[in-house]
Every structure is written in C-alpha cells, then in structure tokens.
Design a protein around this ligand. Structure first.
Ligand code: BGC
Length: 416
C-alpha cells in the first residue's frame, strides 16, 4: 500500500468509527427566552462537534412546570428523552421509580466528587450513585435595576425594605413601573421567597420551607411576610397577569420599569441584548439579603436507554457539561455561575464574580439556602401547594395576611 492509500484507509476507519459511535441525545428543557436559547445552543454545538445529533425538546414556560407535565406523559408511555432538566428533590423521586441511568463511570473519570461542592453532588446522587449532572448555580435573590430610570426619578437603589418603598413611591410618581413582574404563580413565588428571606432571615426561612415547621409557617412573622408582599403589589404594572418573566425583564431594558426581583437568568437577557453589568444595568441582592444566597441548580437527569450509540452520546453529554470550556461559555450566556468551584472567573461579568464570591462565603457562613420557588427546597408536590396559597393571596387585594399564614401551614401539612 502506498502512503496515500494508507492515509485514506486511516481516514475511512476514523470516519466509520465516529459514525458507529455517534448517537442522538434528546434533551428536554424550558430554555426558550433569548438568553436561555443562546445558552442551550452552546451545548448543542459541543455535542454536534463530537459527531452526535442533538434533538431539541424545548417546552416553553418559565420555572418549568409545563415541561415537567410533558415529561411525565413521555415517561409514562415508556419513551423518556435521554436527558431532562429535573431539579433538586425531584431527582430523588425519578430515581426511586428506577428510570434514571447510573453515571458513576463518567463521574469517576472526570473527578466529579472533587470538583463539585459536596452539597450539590449529594443532590445529584441516588443511593450514592450519580443519576444527574449539575450545570450551574443560579442565585435567586437578586434585584436588577435600570440606573437611568432611577436617575430620572431621583431615587436611590434600595438595600433595605424602607428604602425599597421610598424608591418605589418616587419611581411611580415619576411615571415608571417600580417593579417589573409577570403574574404567573412561579414568579409570584420568586418574589415572595425574597420577601420571606428578608423578613424571616435564613434560620426561620429554612424552618418554614425546608423542614416545614408548622409554628413558623403559621406565625405572626409569616403574616408579616405576606403583609410586605401585599404592599409590593401596588408597584407592579396592572397588566402583568400571565406575562412571561423575560417580557418583564424587557420592560426594564426598555426603561419602562425600574427593578425586577428575579434569579440571574434575567442577566442572560441583559447579556443577549448586549448590555453591560454595572453600566447599563445594576445587580444588587434583593433588599436585606446581602450575605444570603438562595441557590437554584440546573441539572440534567439522564434516563436509562437501550441503544448503545445513544447511551454513548448521553455519557458524552454528561462529560461535556462539567468540562471547564462548557462551564464558561454556557454560564456566561445563561447568567449563572459555574458549578465547578475551580474556575477562573476573570472573564465573567461583575455580577457573576459577586455571585461566586457570595456562594463561597455563604457556604461557610450558613447564609446559603435552597430556593423553594425553584425546586431546591421541597418536592414539587409541596411546592405546588405553596404556589397556590402565595399566588391566590397576591391576586386578592382584600386577602388577610394572618389567614394566609395559616393557609400556608395547612397547605404544606396536606402535601407532606
Ligand atoms: C431555571 C432556570 C430558568 C428559569 C426561567 C428556573 O427554574 O432554573 O434555568 O432560566 O427557571 O425559566
């Protein structure tokens, strides 16, 4: 065989090996806003670069409730996707019914136990084995502000609740919407969660939403949370019912609204619009929550498959997600921070750098607490009960905060 023929033979062999190993990954997620779509496109690209086919299974709907409903239907019919965005305690529930794949071999090869914070690794494991891969850490207790609107209204960006209400009054009087919001249950719960953290502090927040202490849930303090939450209602756009969160973020970008209390996926929208942190928009912890961090970890749980090539693609997907190259580009687009604690943050924006610093310091100080609005503190059954009480309360101007606190305790009790 001459040299040219040998080279051709090697190339043909390489191509057929790649083809033989190339599989398809179907990935269920709800990342459909501008920033989210850019972020998920980075994963698609990296999978395609490895020769695999990406089958997008996007189900629109912030917070993911619609996606979870669709996933259940697919799983019941015995045809789950290769991977699905399943978070927190729900990972355990899916694993318990025996449908999730074991990722321990990839985890060992890639040193997941060494690179992940132990608290997060534990969420991804069922009976000591990895069944899901974490993608990022979102901080939920953020407040986003449009500095121009503040300037026009002569208001200061608030760090306490009193300052929040003073600023909100000025902004409203100047003809802007103080608080960008979308009237959907999960968004109401996201705002309520920030107020709860503000008024209860981490210890009572956890008693209420993690360990479900009935005394705290029905307490006067909790009634106080509902009262503050109710007071905020007058500062949102009266047409916000049913509005998507990213449409609310857009009203901030367009200079119609001044603030939004929302997780840092909102930053993905600012980034996608070409805006610069600290200049075009400001990030601050939600009032009074400096030194606290409500965490939300996106993760893909992997389903058992019976096709060899697709199983290989699924493992490559898991491997790719925790590689530094992906952690960087995905999280820069998504607004979150890497879930690997060993990443160089110098190319991230100031808000992400602050978030990483706060994540690390609150891990030590005890200020790190799971978000119930995003499925990290409770199962979706309890979460659903809380959402109902919170959203019914928010939409009823005559609702009584004391009654709501009792309803909250009753609702949580009924779902346990
Ligand atoms: C998810 C984020 C997503 C947000 C809005 C959250 O529950 O964790 O990844 O961007 O919902 O859809």
């Amino acid at each position: 065989m001459n040299k040219l023929m040998r080279v051709c033979a090697t190339l043909i062999l390489a191509a057929t090996t790649t083809l033989a190993q190339a599989g398809e990954v179907e990935v269920l997620h709800w990342w459909t806003s501008g920033g989210e779509a850019k972020a998920v496109a980075t994963l698609k690209k990296m999978m395609e670069a490895q020769g695999h086919t990406w089958k997008d299974f996007a189900v629109a709907g912030g917070g993911g409730e619609a996606a979870m409903t669709v996933l259940k239907t697919r799983a019941v019919s015995g045809n789950p996707p290769a991977a699905a965005q399943i978070k927190g305690l729900d990972i355990q529930e899916w694993a318990r019914i025996g449908v999730l794949a074991n990722l321990d071999d990839v985890a060992r090869e890639e040193n997941w136990d060494q690179i992940l914070p132990p608290k997060i690794a534990a969420i991804m494991k069922y009976k000591g084995s990895y069944v899901a891969v974490p993608i990022n850490v979102h901080r939920v207790n953020w407040m986003w502000a449009n500095p121009e609107v503040f300037k026009k209204a002569g208001a200061r960006i608030p760090t306490t609740l009193d300052e929040f209400f003073t600023a909100a009054d000025k902004i409203k009087a100047a003809g802007f919407f103080p608080l960008a919001h979308g009237g959907q249950a999960w968004q109401d719960a996201t705002l309520f969660e920030a107020v709860a953290l503000t008024r209860l502090g981490v210890e009572d927040y956890e008693k209420a939403f993690v360990t479900h202490d009935m005394d705290v849930l029905s307490s006067d303090k909790m009634a106080g949370v509902f009262a503050t939450f109710q007071r905020m209602h007058q500062y949102i756009d009266p047409n916000s019912a049913g509005r998507d969160w990213n449409v609310a973020t857009a009203s901030l970008i367009q200079g119609k609204a001044a603030m939004q209390i929302m997780g840092d996926w909102a930053k993905g929208e600012f980034t996608a619009a070409g805006l610069k942190a600290g200049k075009d928009y400001i990030c601050k912890p939600a009032p009074v929550t400096q030194g606290m961090f409500t965490f939300n970890v996106d993760s893909l749980a992997m389903f058992k498959l019976n096709n060899e090539a697709n199983t290989k693609a699924q493992k490559d997907l898991a491997r790719t997600i925790l590689r530094p190259e992906f952690q960087k580009i995905f999280n820069q687009a998504k607004g979150s921070i890497p879930v690997r604690m060993d990443m160089d943050m110098s190319s991230f924006d100031a808000c992400a750098q602050a978030s990483m610093k706060a994540f690390k310091s609150t891990s030590k100080s005890g200020g790190l607490t799971p978000s119930f609005a995003h499925g990290l503190a409770t199962t979706s059954a309890i979460q659903g009960q809380i959402f109902d009480v919170v959203t019914n309360f928010f939409n009823d101007p005559d609702a009584d905060p004391k009654v709501a606190a009792q309803q909250l305790a009753d609702a949580v009790r009924s779902a346990r």
